[in-house]
Design a protein around this ligand. Structure first.
Ligand SMILES: C[S@@+](CC[C@H](N)C(=O)[O-])C[C@H]1O[C@@H](n2cnc3c(N)ncnc32)[C@H](O)[C@@H]1O
Length: 220
């Protein structure tokens, strides 16, 4: 009954059921639950076309919780890049749920890591790119510049922690050329003493709101 009045409620339930699995495995996801719940609900409510079986790429994965959830809900094939090797901790979780994944251990801003990602993709376009590595402006911009050309037109690019000055600046520059929006929970917005959290979403190469003459979104 509540689902009729609040369509995202179902997605919150779906999200929390996945989160439970992650927590039971003593792993974490470094997200605000409301923001990721809204992100999932938003993608679902748009009936957004992410091709099942297609690759996702997460830069900065910690315990892999984000890629795990996206793989479970949207049936994506996760590729993950991290400068630290956490793979020992999460490979069992992925294996136990039959999720085929690729982990690349390296600095996302280095040419050899970018080349390794390209080799492993073998020309297949990325459906969903999550930029959540080193949180300086230079690193977030470098990640966007290096990996966004590998995303399919109309694919999704997420910047995490857009309340952090570095990712925020990189996102605000990138969104000038692509349809975009932000998801920031009220709770996050009020945590002035802690920097971080908030999703920036780009619909890659779908143009800008300005081009379509609407008075919402970024780039004005
Ligand atoms: C905020 S955590 C990622 C959280 C994860 N995306 C999630 O949703 O749970 C940031 C991660 O970025 C990694 N990292 C930092 N600098 C990096 C770099 N230059 N290249 C690759 N990974 C990096 C860190 O080791 C850490 O695991």
């Amino acid at each position: 009954m509540y689902e009729d009045q609040f369509p995202y409620l179902h997605q919150y339930r779906v999200f929390y059921s996945q989160l439970d699995i992650i927590l039971k495995n003593n792993l974490t996801i470094q997200q605000d639950n409301e923001e990721i719940g809204l992100l999932i609900g938003f993608l679902e409510s748009l009936n957004y076309r992410l091709c099942e079986g297609g690759p996702s790429l997460e830069i900065g994965v910690r315990h892999g919780g984000f890629s795990f959830i996206m793989a479970r809900l949207f049936h994506l094939r996760p590729m993950m890049v991290d400068i630290k090797n956490y793979v020992i901790k999460f490979h069992e979780l992925f294996d136990n749920h039959n999720i085929r994944f690729t982990f690349i251990h390296g600095d996302s801003t280095k040419k050899e890591t970018v080349d390794e990602v390209k080799t492993r993709l073998g020309g297949e376009p990325i459906e969903l790119l999550m930029i959540d590595g080193y949180h300086t402006y230079e690193a977030a911009k470098s990640d966007f510049d290096n990996y966004s050309p590998l995303v399919k037109p109309g694919g999704i690019i997420l910047f995490h922690d857009i309340l952090d000055p570095g990712p925020k600046k990189a996102f605000n520059e990138a969104r000038m050329n692509h349809l975009s929006l932000e998801i920031v929970s009220a709770r996050t917005n009020h945590r002035h003493h802690i920097q971080g959290l908030g999703f920036g979403i780009l619909f890659y190469q779908l143009g800008t709101v300005r081009e379509e003459g609407m008075r919402v979104g970024g780039g004005f």
